[in-house]
Design a protein. Sequence first.
Length: 227
Amino acid sequence: MSIIITIDGYSSCGKSTLARQLARELNYLYIDSGAMYRAITLYFLRNHVDWSVVAEVHKALDEINLHFEYNSHTGQSDMVLNDENVEALIRDMLVSEHVSEVAAIKEVREFSVAQQQKMGEKKGIVMDGRDIGTTVFPHAELKIFVTADPAVRVERRFKELIERNPNLTIEEVKNNLELRDYTDSNREFSPLRKAADAVELDNTHLTREQQLATALKWAQERIQKLG
Ligand code: DC
């Protein structure tokens, strides 16, 4: 019996690392829902879409085709936007600076959520994001809400980005994270919330292996319960 596992939480909490590991252990599909909002943002920026104008948003969304493609080198799924692999580009600081604003748009959310729900129809999926346990899969069998100390999150994110962006300062990373947390939690449509039935996983003092062991135990309990 396959289940749906949702992983939500603030930016740079280690959600995607956990989701990817869990999916691998269970032989489930892993979907990074944030990558979809990032790809839409990249399209808007490149095509100078004025996203404050609803008609422009509609027109742009009609031109956007998103799918995930397995990358045999990394063993992970890459985000493909209109036949272009944009996996690296969507991690850019410029995209990070605008993605929360784009993700707050009602039409963008409806477009993304509909596709995410389709991907979960057969279950056997781990999806991470902000509203997966509350809006995308409100009936998921296991909902995990990941948290970590803000200073630890800034440190982790900085380490991740500095390799590709040597001029980056820790202050810039801190400001971007704070702003995204604020925008993601205070938007009108599907704000970041811990679902009432989600289990919280604070990984501030956990290694990746300890975090995975905890989540895997929860997943196996749920799977067994369902027979
Ligand atoms: O997980 P991430 O940092 O790649 O997500 C990028 C942005 O997308 C994040 O600032 C909030 C938004 N997002 C969202 O609103 N809902 C989701 N399910 C996933 C991401």
